[in-house]
Design a protein around this ligand. Structure first.
Ligand code: AHR
Length: 345
């Protein structure tokens, strides 16, 4: 067990935090909110808990809410952790401020899900200089020096995109349409996010093998339901003959389905347009079962236990893999029924 000497000074840090907040109107870490209810410090009895500072991207999707819940459940006090949860509200600057706050607090581990791939070098170097291991979760960063983070846990986004392409290939062959010209529109996630880039590259790598597939347009709808509806409505106005909608998450799919329905366009197994979605949250799986969404490529948000297991290994001085890919599968009307009852999110 590490000597967590700095815990002794945490109460003083807390007083400093609240005093400066009172005197200046904002916290010593700028306007960042470290937790919804303010900075918490472990009490004396909690001294042996492992302190983890976690910066979540935001709460843009059902998937994200499930991911936050999984991490909060796994890194609970009962499991030996003290979790500082930060919601960055989709802003990289908020994540950077939160990470700096965690460094000042001298947490044991920093965990974060980077909203975009780029722009992390400086703050990760600061964490490394402070000797705090950084665990990336869900999304990746691009840095020259990979020793700036300890490990990453998440989905193979490129493989998810490839799986979407292969599913479409097989579906078109099965329905006798492999020779037809196929017009595709893509609702993309947050620009510059590793998951968006991976899904795009993966799907494109399959699409480029088919000269009859035409990607009419790819546009970001930022992983949200409202923007999914808005961007889909734009696509419908612009293109007369859409055969396939690829939506890089379920929330955008829900929005897109509203726009399609409002324009009298049917979807799915017996519809006008093939719909391929990502995430596989319960509501979307129900639409797969009803044949309204053709296929849902899973992105597994239940990453909390993976993080807890990795931290325990690090605490015991055991080596960990640099990349840890979570288990995922593909849901179609043929296999989805058996999973509906157990889906909790
Ligand atoms: O990074 C994971 C993606 O982010 C999920 O597909 C999406 O729903 C979330 O907002």
């Amino acid at each position: 067990m590490k000597n967590r000497w700095w815990r002794k000074i945490l109460p003083a840090v807390a007083v400093w935090f609240y005093t400066s907040r009172f005197l200046t109107g904002c916290g010593p870490f700028g306007d960042v909110v470290l937790e919804e209810d303010g900075l918490e410090v472990p009490s004396e009895e909690e001294e042996d808990l492992i302190v983890v500072g976690f910066s979540q991207i935001g709460s843009e999707s059902v998937w994200r809410t499930a991911n936050s819940a999984s991490i909060q459940n796994a890194l609970s006090r009962e499991n030996g952790f003290f979790l500082e949860f930060n919601n960055a509200r989709q802003k990289q600057e908020n994540q950077i401020k939160a990470i700096r706050g965690f460094i000042s607090q001298r947490v044991d581990y920093i965990v974060f899900s980077p909203v975009t791939e780029d722009g992390w070098e400086t703050v990760l170097q600061e964490a490394k200089d402070a000797g705090i291991p950084v665990i990336l979760v869900d999304r990746k960063v691009v840095v020259e020096d990979e020793s700036l983070y300890t490990t990453w846990i998440g989905s193979d986004a490129e493989e998810e995109g490839v799986n979407a392409g292969i599913w479409l290939e097989e579906y078109l062959a099965k329905t006798g349409r492999e020779g037809e010209s196929i017009n595709i529109v893509v609702l993309q996630g947050t620009p510059g996010a590793s998951i968006q880039l991976g899904r795009t590259t993966g799907f494109e790598s399959v699409a480029e093998k088919h000269s009859n597939w035409r990607i009419l347009e790819q546009k970001s709808a930022d992983f949200t339901n409202a923007k999914g509806e808005e961007v889909m409505a734009q696509f419908i106005r612009k293109y007369q003959d859409i055969d396939v909608v690829i939506s890089q998450n379920d929330d955008m799919t829900f929005g897109a389905l509203k726009a399609l329905e409002a324009n009298g366009i049917t979807t799915g197994v017996n519809g006008d347009v093939i719909v391929i979605s990502f995430d596989a949250v319960r509501e979307a799986l129900e639409l797969v079962a009803q044949g309204i969404i053709n296929v849902d490529i899973e992105c597994n948000p239940e990453q909390g236990e993976y993080i807890a297991a990795i931290i325990r290994k690090l605490e015991n001085g055991e080596p960990v893999e640099k990349e840890n890919i979570v288990d995922e599968q593909i849901f179609t009307p043929e296999n989805v029924e058996q999973y509906l009852d157990t889906r909790t999110y």
